[in-house]
Design a protein around this ligand. Structure first.
Ligand SMILES: [Zn+2]
Ligand SMILES: [Zn+2]
Length: 131
């Protein structure tokens, strides 16, 4: 693996380039596979043929690595209790839903919003959010 910013060789377990201090995957001047200088707009490295397109926006939203269908099903069947939030590690959101369900049932609305976001790939995992 090579630094995409300066082309310095790095170990696979390195998170930050020791030469330029840039995070792994940041930058677009060098191929991460062979370390050769590449055009910053290139989609593949002309030297080794590896795809070097930047993947900035994660497809499918951010469900903290969980499967979209699984989370959607938990949201659909048990979402009023925030079960899908607990699965993803969003404890605060989960407790908010339980509390709102017990007091007045409006967690149903929050859950419908969650479900729509999950299904439209716009849900963003946030362990600090309350709802
Ligand atoms: Zn570097
Ligand atoms: Zn290359």
């Amino acid at each position: 693996m090579y630094c995409r910013n300066c082309g310095e060789h790095m170990n696979d377990n390195q998170a930050i380039c020791l030469k330029c201090g840039v995070k792994v995957g940041e930058g677009n001047q060098y191929c991460p596979n062979c370390g050769k200088e590449v055009n910053e707009k290139a989609e593949v490295c002309l030297n080794c043929g590896v795809s070097i397109k930047k993947t900035e926006t994660k497809e499918g939203g951010d469900l903290n690595g969980h499967d979209k269908i699984k989370i959607a099903l938990f949201s659909f069947f048990l979402g009023n209790w925030g079960v899908h939030n607990f699965i993803m590690g969003e404890k605060k959101k989960g407790f908010t839903k339980i509390a709102l369900f017990l007091c007045c049932g409006i967690s149903i609305i929050l859950n419908i919003i969650d479900l729509i976001k999950i299904l439209t790939n716009s849900y963003t995992y946030n362990p600090d959010a309350m709802f």
